[in-house]
Design a protein around this ligand. Sequence first.
Ligand SMILES: Nc1ncnc2c1ncn2[C@@H]1O[C@H](COP(=O)(O)OP(=O)(O)O)[C@@H](O)[C@H]1O
Ligand SMILES: [Mg+2]
Length: 252
Amino acid sequence: MTEVLRARGITKSFGGRAVLRGIDLDAQAGDVVSILGGSGSGKSTFLRCLNLLELPDAGRIEIAGTTAPLDHDRKGRPRIADPRALNALRAKTAMVFQNFNLWSHMSVLDNVIAAPVHVHGQPRGEAIERAHGLLDKVGMTGFAQHWPRQLSGGQQQRVAIARALATDPDLMLFDEPTSALDPERVREVLDLMRALAAEGRTMLIVTHEMAFARDVSSRVVHVRDGVIESMGPPDAMFGAGASPAFRAFLAH
Ligand SMILES: Nc1ncnc2c1ncn2[C@@H]1O[C@H](COP(=O)(O)OP(=O)(O)O)[C@@H](O)[C@H]1O
Ligand SMILES: [Mg+2]
């Protein structure tokens, strides 16, 4: 098995309030890990710590063999020890956000090729060719020259997923990717994520889509109040042996 993620003892406070209180999580290549939990439990903060959009106060993160270059300044505040290593780590992940976060002043095509060309130095022609393939894959053939504002939410999210795939990340992070969509658009995005899971992509998914999580995940993680309250295979987590706290969350 190839280890893609090893996170140990991730902690984070905001203004003296502990939001993550020591999270350990591993993922092997091809794992689909659903992260479930109530609002404010720290799910987004955890994902943001993994690609260092947020700097954890303590803990260790390894993604596909690269260790997050974290240390502390003299006052004990977390900092990036080495900006080049930061880029190397970020290159191994890609994040899909609730609100798509496409660049509104760029065409669909330019959104998809931006990171390969400007961050990874891929020749533009190659990046464009690959982008067209990815747009086909996400069901957005023919939309390369559209602007994000011309697309429905579901279409924007599928473009965002094509953009995430464009750098061929080792680990994909999804933060409530369907929460901002109209109900009739949710399914097209879930179906696409299902296809990515089936082809062996390693994914961490924060979601409230319980049927999807149960169906697609190799592991389900329940985060409560900044810790992993329980985790296990979906059959166990959605079965009679689930922890009382997780059952209470599901019933809510
Ligand atoms: N940048 C920030 N500054 C201050 N507080 C934050 C920040 N980000 C998140 N928080 C707080 O941390 C807690 C956990 O937030 P979050 O990780 O977004 O939870 P979840 O995604 O599980 O709903 C919340 O109380 C939130 O208000
Ligand atoms: Mg969140």
